[in-house]
Design a protein around this ligand. Structure first.
Ligand code: ACM
Length: 537
């Protein structure tokens, strides 16, 4: 059904680059027809919203907020039932071709702008309108004259995928709350709808948990940090304490800030591996009983959670507080890179396996994740985890985030589970984006812009039924070698623009040349917004 609709829209869509001067909208809309003429804003132009259309007032307000810094006289915003002359009108999409929750109908005539849809669609229509205006309007304060006009167009738009995500690892390097708000703003401009926060890892625990205060008192701080890569096995350290965490109030504020931009925060609490910061705070959670520091260097780590009932209950208590803070459907429990060495060597873990009747360590990890799956399912949520959760058997309700290529996503979809494609091969934005020697030190890998763009989240040969299990795509920004928000932006943009398009635009309309042509205009918007993007070659 969903597919048929997407395809019928494609037939009518002009391929990117066909029209005379197609506007540089990223992600490219599903259908866009440029018409003669322009709508010129003047002193009497107003933003009008139909108060009966859910989300119309919010979308109108969001548009006004974005444009205000650049306008000498801000556009008035008022309620009104009908689209009058010289207005930017937000209303419902009743009677129009269905656009779903996130789609929208968008018309510009010389007389005004009309945007119709449901709440998220109206918000996305406002983002498209911003991109039809000249780049300087994205700046905090306008310098010089700007042509406040937009081309006449007819757009019918809707996303290809429901999950259009970005991960930020705030565990390896803490990113201040205000920097995440800016990050969310820029994501919203690109119609992303999921921000996955990697909140816990060996090197830091970043979420306040009221029941277990040492998780942040101890776990949010490490004594120092590895500098560069180890040379011949020798590490160098910076001798500087690093840390920070988000209070529960901070997280509530971020959740609301993101929700106002139609972005859902997906929290990740890692288990049973990548757990050393938690074990540093509460040594009884570990396998050896030895006290451990919060880890100061990167890489896969043998120190993992034990499998006692008390540890399961501890983590479920943590998840209970997570559920209070994060209203979204999906809760990420990690599950990647959990070496089984300590489980194999620990007499107590081996005894516990016999108690539970579990025969392999892989099956033990499945049991562990299965306990969390049951816990989340009972509370009306869904578990998502990295593709290692397939090993030893997938928990009944689990969704797989496929990072070691697309194979995990394929296996999950073929088994009737949902999957999000987050492959290292194309979507790891912590990897190098060029071979230029001046690129900042990165963890490795090579994922230039063109490579990102070529990724199709639906694997070749998938049936429609299988493809429906691919919820979408997500870019990853792990921060071992990314210490500041500015560096994070440099790694994210412009590659995230390509991710936005591969997750939104019908595959048949995507072409790298057309994308690059639009991107050359789009980076000026990023510049005006103060995003530290990597300049185009
Ligand atoms: C991962 O990169 N370990 C998910």
């Amino acid at each position: 059904m969903w597919f048929e609709m997407a395809l019928s829209m494609c037939v009518l869509a002009a391929a990117d680059g066909d029209a005379a001067t197609p506007p540089a909208v990223i992600p490219l809309p599903a259908r866009m027809e440029v018409k003669p003429g322009r709508f010129v804003f003047d002193g009497a132009t107003a933003i009008v919203f139909d108060a009966k259309a859910p989300g119309a007032d919010a979308a109108a307000g969001a548009l006004a907020d974005c444009l205000r810094p650049a306008m000498q006289a801000p556009l008035p915003v008022r309620a009104g039932d009908v689209r009058g002359a010289n207005t930017i009108f937000f209303g419902n999409g009743e009677g129009l071709e269905p656009a779903g929750e996130e789609g929208y109908h968008f018309t510009v005539t010389p007389d005004g702008v009309e945007i119709r849809g449901r709440a998220a669609g109206l918000f996305y229509g406002a983002q498209t309108l911003r991109q039809l205006l000249p780049s300087p309007v994205f700046a905090g304060a306008l310098r010089g004259d700007v042509d406040w006009s937009v081309p006449c167009v007819e757009i019918v738009d809707r996303p290809r995928f429901a999950w259009r995500g970005m991960l930020v690892d705030v565990a390896r390097h803490f990113m201040p709350k205000e920097s995440l708000k800016k990050y969310i703003d820029v994501m919203a401009l690109h119609k992303f709808n999921r921000l996955h926060l990697h909140l816990t890892d060996d090197q830091g625990w970043r979420i306040e948990i009221k029941k277990y205060p040492k998780l942040t008192e101890v776990g949010a701080w490490r004594d120092e940090t590895q500098v560069g890569k180890p040379k011949e096995g020798e590490y160098t350290f910076d001798g500087t304490r690093h840390g920070g965490f988000y209070t529960q109030d901070d997280l509530r504020e971020l959740v609301a800030y993101a929700a106002a931009r139609h972005i859902t925060l997906v929290p990740e609490v890692e288990m049973p591996g990548h757990a050393q910061a938690a074990i540093a705070a509460y040594p009884e959670l570990g396998c050896t009983g030895e006290p451990l520091p919060v880890r100061t260097f990167w890489g896969v780590n043998e120190n993992v959670f034990n499998v006692e009932e008390s540890t399961i209950l501890f983590l479920q208590d943590v998840l209970s507080e997570v559920l209070e803070l994060f209203p979204g459907e999906f809760i990420h429990v990690g599950g990647d890179e959990c070496p089984k060495k300590q489980w194999k060597e620990s007499p107590r873990v081996q005894e516990r396996m016999r108690e539970l009747g579990i025969e392999s360590e892989d099956a033990l990890q499945s049991w562990f994740i299965g306990r969390m799956d049951a816990f989340l399912t009972e509370r009306g949520r869904r578990l998502i985890g990295w593709d290692e959760i397939l090993e030893g058997g997938l928990a009944p309700g689990a969704t797989v985030m496929s990072w070691r290529g697309v194979e995990g996503g394929i296996a999950a979809a073929r088994a009737g589970h949902d999957a999000v494609m987050a492959s290292t091969t194309h979507l790891y934005l912590d990897y190098y984006q060029s071979k230029d020697e001046s690129e900042p030190l990165s963890i490795g890998g090579f994922v230039p812009l063109e490579r990102v763009y070529e990724f199709d989240p639906v694997p070749a040969g998938f049936s429609e039924a299988e493809a429906r299990h691919i919820l979408g795509a997500q870019a990853q920004l792990w921060t071992e070698y990314i210490k500041t928000p500015e560096h994070l932006e440099y790694m994210a943009y412009p590659r995230a623009c390509a991710v936005a398009e591969l997750a939104w635009t019908p595959q048949e309309l995507r072409a790298f040349d057309g994308f690059m042509r639009r991107l050359r205009t789009h980076v000026d918007r990023l510049g005006a917004l103060g995003v530290n993007y990597r300049p185009l070659d």
